[in-house]
Design a protein around this ligand. Structure first.
Ligand SMILES: Nc1ncnc2c1ncn2[C@@H]1O[C@H](COP(=O)(O)OP(=O)(O)OP(=O)(O)O)[C@@H](O)[C@H]1O
Ligand SMILES: [Mg+2]
Length: 249
């Protein structure tokens, strides 16, 4: 479905050219859920943005269903069925929730009530609201996720969908992700740090320092995390919950 082949991304900053992604190789299959996780600043959002065409890749290629899309614009990629929900969504002054969802859905036969329910929002309360500063961060996040669902994309990338979302809506949202790839044939990529989301994954992709350091099942990944959690990360041989060896400090 979607393939990244030897992808390198560099950007110019005030410190000169910075390499953000190094030799990313990924194959994402139809109808599967992938969760990208890893430390802050590791390159997760950059992978999502490269898939969407927000960041151009300098080396390597991206394919969607065998078509090379590396040099296509964001709009062209959206037309071909790629959707990306930002870590921090934008507000659209002058646009109502209903307008945004209809624009996103285009000719797809979507039920706006169901769509908002799927992200834990009551349609009656939200359809006619302006997407301006009066919408809270968590509400905005959920409206953006609904707009991606409305597109019914072939590949949907959700960047930290849990950020700012309350526990009750989060529960609804995880069910939505779970059902989404059963209902449609969407390849779902979720960038997340949440265990509940990790458990939805067919594969967990660990990204560190701009590289993929591991691709594994969520069971193996969570076992691995449990071991790391019981070890001290300060390299001074102290044991979590144990007695500190003061002489070593
Ligand atoms: N346009 C840019 N100019 C300079 N540096 C950038 C740019 N975009 C990203 N970076 C840097 O690239 C690295 C990867 O960023 P990215 O946003 O992909 O990380 P992330 O894994 O999504 O982190 P987080 O978990 O905090 O969201 C970071 O160190 C970031 O500061
Ligand atoms: Mg990020």
């Amino acid at each position: 479905m979607l393939k990244m082949q030897d992808v390198n991304v560099r950007v110019s900053s005030n410190l000169g050219e910075v390499q953000i992604l190094k030799n990313i190789n990924l194959t994402l299959e139809k109808n599967k859920i992938y969760v990208i996780t890893g430390p802050n600043g590791g390159g997760k959002s950059t992978i999502g943005k490269s898939i969407m065409g927000i960041y151009q890749v300098q080396e390597g290629d991206i394919f969607l269903e065998e078509e090379k899309i590396t040099s296509l614009s964001i709009t062209e990629r959206a037309k071909r069925g790629i959707g990306y929900a930002f870590q921090t969504p934008a507000r659209f002054k002058g646009l109502k929730v209903e307008d945004l969802l209809k624009l996103a859905a285009k000719d797809n036969p979507v039920n706006l009530y169901e769509l908002l329910y799927d992200v834990g929002l009551c349609a009656q309360d939200y359809l006619h609201r302006d997407i301006d500063s009066t919408i809270s961060g968590g509400e905005l996040k959920r409206i953006e996720i609904a707009s991606i669902l409305a597109q019914n994309p072939k590949v949907a990338v959700f960047d930290e969908p849990e950020a700012g979302i309350d526990l009750w809506s989060f529960q609804r949202l995880t069910e939505t992700f779970e059902n989404l790839h059963k209902k449609y044939e969407t390849t779902i990529v979720i960038i997340s740090h949440q265990e509940r989301i990790l458990k939805l994954a067919d594969q967990v992709i660990l990204v560190k320092d701009g590289e993929i350091s591991e691709i594994t099942s969520h069971e193996k990944f969570l076992q691995h995390i449990a071991i790391l959690d019981s070890e001290c990360s300060c390299h001074n041989n102290c044991v979590k919950g144990g007695v500190l060896d003061v002489d070593n400090y």
